[in-house]
Design a binder for this molecule. Sequence first.
Ligand code: 13P
Length: 248
Amino acid sequence: MRQRKPLVVANWKMNGDQHLVHQVSDSLVALSGALPDILICPPVIFLPNFPKHPNYRLGAQNLSEQPAGAFTGEISAVMLAQAGASHVIVGHSERRTLYGETNSLVAAKVAQALAAGLTPVLCVGETAAQRAEEKTFQVLAEQLDAVYSAQPQWLAASVIAYEPLWAIGTGNTATPAQAQQVHAFIRQQLARYDAAAAPDVRILYGGSVNAGNSASLFAQTDVDGALVGGASLNATDFVAICLSAKGE
Ligand code: 13P
């Protein structure tokens, strides 16, 4: 089996302030020993306020599908890279459901991210209704196909995050067995685009991850880390989640 270094991502969503920037950066800088890769995705306005440190990297939560121009309120991939981001979350379910992002728009955003040298963290996931109708695998395959079937070479430069909508912000985390089943399916699907890259692609789980359930999720073969929402807003909890993922 290949070794994939765990990746723990904080998605602050539209939360946090300068105080949290200090708390989180100070706590992470103080860590030593074997750490997972750690990525903080605050609201973009805070990116320049994080001190540079090898214990963590920075990402954005969204980007424009356009490279530049008259697109009021938008931020390009190149601007994010210049502000210190190495990664960007793309296709989060809140963007898909609240802001109408389609699979094809998500693919255009992944293209922009990669062109600017950013690693896309592509989010996929099914609703409770789709799961109840046993459409989980179909929905995930459509979301992945929209990005990788025409551009399989994008896969090696990507991170995938499985975030079932029914688990986000609900306290209803997927069981480790449920997460593993879906992650194994996703990896199988990725192998259809690029069989050589698929074993090395990190697949993160997201949805009500906390310091109490992270270790059992990370113990699953195909769960390579987490995308953490609510629990990432508490520095102590977030550090505990990071430490429950083994570093190299
Ligand atoms: P919660 O951890 O708050 O459920 O959020 C998950 C999420 O959407 C991370 O992107």
